[in-house]
Structures are given as C-alpha cells and as structure tokens.
Design a protein around this ligand. Sequence first.
Ligand SMILES: Cc1cc2nc3c(=O)[nH]c(=O)nc-3n(C[C@H](O)[C@H](O)[C@H](O)COP(=O)(O)O)c2cc1C
Length: 130
Amino acid sequence: MAIAVSEGAQNSGNIEVELNFHVDTESLNDYDAILIGVPTYHHDVPLDFKNLFEEAAHQGLNLKDKVGSAFGSYGWSGEAPRLIMEIMKYKFEMKVLEPPLLGKYSPDQNTLNACEDLGKKVSESLMNRA
Ligand SMILES: Cc1cc2nc3c(=O)[nH]c(=O)nc-3n(C[C@H](O)[C@H](O)[C@H](O)COP(=O)(O)O)c2cc1C
C-alpha cells in the first residue's frame, strides 16, 4: 500500500517523495506532507507509531499545517489509521486529507488504485499551495 501511495504521489507532480520504514522523530520537520501506513492490532495503533507522535510532542515539533493522512491494512475493525489522523488533526493541527484509507488484509487491485489516488491527492494539494 505504501509503495502504491508513493508512486501515485511521485507520478502526479514535481514533488520529492521518500518512502521510509522508520523515521527519526526530528526528521518529521523536514516534510511538507506526512502519510503514515499503519496496521490495526487489538483495535489500536501499534506502539511504535504512538511513540513517534508522543516523542514529537515532547520535543515540541511544530507540524502545524503540514498535510497528513493515514492508511493501513486491517482485518475486521480497522481503527488505527483513523486514530493516527485524529492525532495529526487535533494534537498537531495538521491539514488532514480524510477519510483514512483501509485495505482488508492483503490489498487487492482496487485498494492499490485507491492508494495511488491518495498519493495523487496529496501531491496535488502540495502543488496547489506552492
Ligand atoms: C494479534 C492480532 C490482532 C489483530 N487485531 C485486529 C483488530 O483489532 N482489528 C482489525 O481490524 N484487525 C486486527 N488484526 C488483523 C490485522 O490488522 C491484519 O492482519 C493486517 O493485515 C496486519 O497488517 P500487517 O501484516 O501489515 O501487520 C489483528 C491481527 C493479529 C495477528
């Protein structure tokens, strides 16, 4: 899903895209848009993702007005992307692109197309700001 999102963003505008499996908290400052792919476990967000934002708050990072969104694989309830977007929106005052994008277990082609569209939407929103 993350690869499809990044390809959608890359192919639809003159923007630089980075696909990371781990980010240092301070590096969140470097991006105009932050898209997080997160699975749902036990109706919740895995701890690493919570720690990333807790640490960002602790360090006083200013993410206000950065574009944000979240997507993820799930099995039956899929809460995690919504929870991440709430943190982005209410705690960091980011501009979130809703709704969160969910893919059941392994993503099918429709889900991958929706991922590419999400990347495109983010890319367009950045270019409209420039
Ligand atoms: C221990 C465990 C707990 C899970 N809890 C949930 C859950 O509460 N809600 C849900 O929608 N899916 C749940 N799932 C399903 C996962 O979200 C699903 O398998 C997803 O594809 C995992 O993505 P990943 O392979 O990228 O980690 C759970 C899976 C496992 C193994």
